[in-house]
Write a protein that binds this ligand. Structure first.
Ligand code: SMG
Ligand code: MG
Length: 376
């Protein structure tokens, strides 16, 4: 198919409650959706949707929202407009001369993938080789004002039926809230923590004290570039080390596994350049006996739907950060929000990502529309 147009729908959606991590507090979600229009040989135009996961500030990774949009406008879109045939499988190759920019590339590849699957009348789950009709739904709980507030927040999500709790931690808000959650909800609660790179190897003795709480894993305790240091930390503690920020590609995943830096990997398609690279990381990890689970970036329903299909691959053996849309948004921009029920999220079965964007809701959240076409 030929890429005929790309639209960037910039949005702002309020969060139901502020979300605090070791790198700051968010009260709304600012992002953009990519709408791709592809023309088939018979002249039919197929539309697909992708979602950017770059945050407004470069605090989680080097990419940021405005930068990702600019990269698409200036480099990615022209390269794809110039190609005679664009498929999801060739987007990565067509864009290989642009270094990095995984989140920008992922958003574009995702839109092409959705359009292509809609043209084929095929669901994303079937395309990937998903093996489960539902996926266990975990929830990520931000850093709270106090230990009591942490226990209350966790209790609320347990009551809703979430299958696993992940608590954000940082120096000064780690052992006490973890101990309190364990005490309040018992040893059986599937429970893990995420430091978002807030520690250094100098903190190894402190981090090791997490070992007594029976956590499923500790996610990204050290910096993005510190793969070797994560391997050293892994040798000093019994809690499994899970990498998030450090795994920016299949190569990085291979390095981390070879070095013993990760016994678990959080796979986020945006962080690694798209769903196809995400599947490659799943395959590499599975071949090495390393568990994976699907991370989240506060996606709208579009990203949640696609993530649910990815998490239905057989190597995704731990619950993902795939909560219902209502975890973050009072109103999603889909005709049907993604729902968590009985601790799971259903894997969509319709063509493409299997969800429909509601045009009125989209317009309600939209702050800016940028249209890109081959003529420009
Ligand atoms: O989408 O449920 C979600 C959020 C999951 O905690 C989450 N994501 O490091 O894993 C992570 C964070 C990154 C985003 S924090 C703004
Ligand atoms: Mg993380």
């Amino acid at each position: 198919m030929k890429l005929h147009g790309l639209r960037l729908h910039h949005l702002e959606m309020p969060l139901v409650a502020p979300f605090t991590t070791s790198f700051g507090t968010q009260t709304s979600k600012r992002t953009f959706l990519v709408e791709a229009n592809l023309i088939a040989d018979d002249g039919t135009v197929w539309t697909g949707w992708g979602e950017n996961v770059a945050l407004p500030d470069p605090v989680y990774s080097p990419e940021h929202l405005e930068g990702a949009a600019l990269v698409i406008e200036r480099w990615l879109a022209p390269a794809l407009f110039a190609a005679d045939d664009v498929t999801a499988e060739t987007v990565g190759h067509l864009l290989r001369h642009i270094v990095g920019q995984q989140m920008a590339k992922a958003a574009v590849e995702m839109a092409v993938l959705d359009a292509q699957l809609r043209a084929d009348g095929r669901s994303f789950a079937s395309y990937l080789g998903a093996v489960a009709p539902t996926v266990p739904s975990g929830v990520s709980v931000g850093i709270q004002e106090s230990v009591d507030a942490t226990v209350r927040a966790v209790g609320g999500y347990i009551e809703q039926g979430y299958a696993r709790i992940k608590l954000k931690i940082q120096p000064g808000a780690d052992l006490a809230p973890v101990a309190a959650v364990r005490k309040a909800f018992g040893d059986e609660l599937p429970f893990q923590v995420d430091a978002n790179a807030a520690y250094t190897l100098v903190d190894a003795a402190h981090l090791r004290r997490l070992d007594e709480y029976g956590l499923l894993l500790v996610e990204q305790p050290l910096g993005e570039a510190d793969i070797r240091q994560h391997a050293e930390l892994a040798a000093r503690m019994t809690t499994p080390i899970c990498l998030d920020e450090s795994v920016v590609s299949a190569e990085a995943a291979a390095d981390a596994i070879s070095l013993g830096a990760a016994s678990v990997i959080n796979i986020k398609p945006g962080r690694v350049g798209g769903y196809l690279e995400a599947r490659r990381i799943h395959d590499i990890a599975r071949a090495h006996g390393v568990a994976v689970w699907c991370g989240g970036m506060l996606e709208t329903g579009i990203g949640r739907a696609a993530n649910a299909a990815l998490a239905a691959l057989p190597g995704f053996t731990l619950p993902g950060d795939i909560s219902g849309s209502d975890r973050f948004y009072a109103e999603d921009l889909l005709t049907q929000p993604i729902r968590m029920h009985d601790g799971v999220v259903d894997v969509p079965t319709g063509p493409g990502f299997g969800v429909q964007v509601d045009p009125d809701r989209l317009e309600g959240f939209r702050t800016r529309l940028v249209e890109l076409s081959p003529e420009r």
